[in-house]
Design a protein around this ligand. Structure first.
Ligand code: XMP
Length: 319
């Protein structure tokens, strides 16, 4: 039981004492944790903070724009927006193995981030949105096992390589507390109560080889799904929901013509801890609307299917 304005005041003081007049860099991803960390640190030290936002070309529709509007626009924080799409796509060309794709995306992310960090020679601190469950997890043997099933994208090792001290102002907080803090710092509700999004992004939601044109189709299909979930008040009743691009063509009809286009799968799950999950029993009318909109609005997709697999045995992501 804690008082939020007091908590913010204390956290701000602590960050100021820790950092003094030194400079801090933070990798902004658009996710809840890094966003709240950025807002808090910015509240404490303003322009001593530089956020680096790496766009790997595998983000959701308008993500880059939203992050820039919020942090550079509304909060007036210093944000470096790096569009590294070409670099990531180049390295992913021809790669189909899911773990290989994750490794490449993780490695390139570190590359790009380090290159940006070197352009800020005065930085002494690397800020991260590590929260309490992450702290327990990296020490606990039990969850470690679960994590090796899919190698997770993280930037461990970065502070050492860059010779930076670590600043982790959310280390003592649970997810709910991080969200409350975000709202109290003035971040929009929709940003703070967002579903989780994997580090490798659409890279693991485009099955097989990652292509820019596939990513563009998937982004639009995914945005339609999320829009309709929100409109039907289902977004907050699901823990995670997204579209998956299947590089498989099937036959359809449109007007007088025959189409031969790609398939999109919709996935929506309910879960407490993401270790096990149920597929969400979305209303058929909602699924029908999403399917119609995707097929009518996203040329290149002529079939939409709904994933009714639980975890286990299926995972939440398709790769
Ligand atoms: P799975 O697919 O293993 O996903 O049931 C469980 C949760 O983890 C997320 N996930 C990832 N997050 N990097 C991440 O940062 C990854 O490589 C990754 N793979 C899965 C997934 O979105 C779900 O929330």
């Amino acid at each position: 039981d804690w008082n939020m304005p007091d908590y913010i005041e204390e956290a701000v003081q602590k960050i100021r004492e820790q950092v003094g007049d030194e400079e801090v860099i933070l990798g902004l991803s658009g996710g809840v944790d890094s966003s709240v960390a950025a807002a808090l640190i910015h509240r404490a030290i303003g322009d001593q903070l530089t956020c680096v936002f790496v766009d790997h070309g595998l983000l959701r529709l308008n993500e880059g724009k939203l992050v820039m509007e919020m942090f550079a626009g509304r909060l007036h924080a210093k944000v470096v927006h790096v569009d590294a799409t070409e670099q990531f796509m180049g390295h992913l060309k021809g790669v189909t193995d899911p773990e290989q794709k994750r490794k490449i995306i993780g490695r390139e992310f570190v590359e790009v981030f380090q290159a940006e960090a070197r352009k800020l020679p005065n930085a002494r601190w690397l800020a991260q949105g590590t929260i309490y469950p992450d702290v327990i997890e990296s020490g606990g043997a039990k969850s470690k096992k679960a994590h090796t099933i899919k190698s997770h994208h993280n930037v461990g090792g970065l502070p050492e390589t860059l010779g930076l001290k670590l600043l982790e102002p959310l280390r003592d907080l649970f997810k709910d507390e991080v969200r409350e803090l975000g709202v109290a710092l003035g971040l929009p509700h929709d940003m703070v109560y967002r579903h989780p999004f994997p580090g490798p992004g659409l890279g693991v939601r485009i099955l097989g080889e990652v292509r820019q044109d596939f990513a563009d189709l998937l982004r639009r299909a995914d945005a339609i799904f999320i829009d309709e979930l929100r409109a039907a008040d289902w977004y907050d009743k699901t823990s995670q929901a997204f579209a998956v691009f299947l590089p498989v063509k099937s036959v359809g009809v449109m007007g007088d013509g025959r189409t031969y286009e790609y398939v999109v799968a919709l996935r929506a799950v309910q879960t407490q801890d993401f270790m096990t999950a149920h597929w969400a029993e979305l209303p058929h009318s909602l699924l029908g609307k999403v399917s119609n909109r995707i097929i009518n609005e996203v040329r290149g997709i002529n079939r939409v299917v709904y994933d009714i697999s639980g975890k286990p045995p299926a995972t939440i992501e398709w790769e």
